[in-house]
Design a binder for this molecule. Structure first.
Ligand SMILES: NC(=O)c1ccc[n+]([C@@H]2O[C@H](COP(=O)([O-])OP(=O)(O)OC[C@H]3O[C@@H](n4cnc5c(N)ncnc54)[C@H](OP(=O)(O)O)[C@@H]3O)[C@@H](O)[C@H]2O)c1
Length: 142
């Protein structure tokens, strides 16, 4: 294959992508897609064994760097640690896929009437607040 064809196949080569919720579902699929496009992938979730499964799939899909971090995106200190670890390893952060979510539990999606206010606040914190703000507040976006 000509080098320019290889580059066209890997438009995200040299980019570093963080995927929260990378241990399952949409986040895991995003990790694989990003790896196929050439990116280095950082998969985030709380479950180390599930992250391992993602890492196996990502390894088969791409040639970029790989890192998995088991942490809680709802905790600001975890997110600061995440930014530190990613910068230490890759020196930059280009892409954030915020796919961590707790809307569904083991028995399926939860409806609005099943949720308490605490549940709702945890959902918003997990999927909406901390992931985008923590890397920015630590000044770590490339
Ligand atoms: N699937 C759908 O049809 C659909 C439709 C609309 C919206 N969404 C939203 O899209 C997102 C992903 O959906 P999905 O179907 O891929 O969900 P999923 O399979 O349940 O995956 C959720 C992911 O979030 C991670 N996670 C949850 N809380 C976390 C925390 N505090 N810290 C770190 N990681 C955490 C889980 O990892 P660990 O368990 O390892 O922590 C898991 O990797 C969710 O926000 C969901 O609400 C999904």
């Amino acid at each position: 294959m000509h080098p320019s064809e290889a580059a066209a196949d890997r438009p995200l080569a040299d980019r570093v992508a963080i995927v929260t919720g990378g241990s399952s579902g949409i986040g895991r699929a995003a990790c694989v897609a990003l790896a196929r496009a050439g990116a280095s992938v950082v998969a985030i979730g709380r479950s180390a064994p599930r992250l391992e499964e993602t890492i196996e799939q990502v390894r088969r899909a791409g040639e970029g760097g790989l890192l998995s971090l088991a942490l809680d995106v709802g905790r600001e200190e975890d997110m600061a640690r995440m930014a530190e670890r990613v910068l230490e390893r890759f020196g930059r952060i280009d892409i954030l896929v915020a796919s961590a979510g707790i809307l569904r539990n083991r028995s399926g999606p939860r409806t609005a009437t099943e949720l308490t206010l605490d549940d709702w606040n945890a959902i918003i914190r997990t999927s909406r607040t901390t992931p985008p703000t923590a890397p920015r507040s630590s000044g770590s976006w490339a």
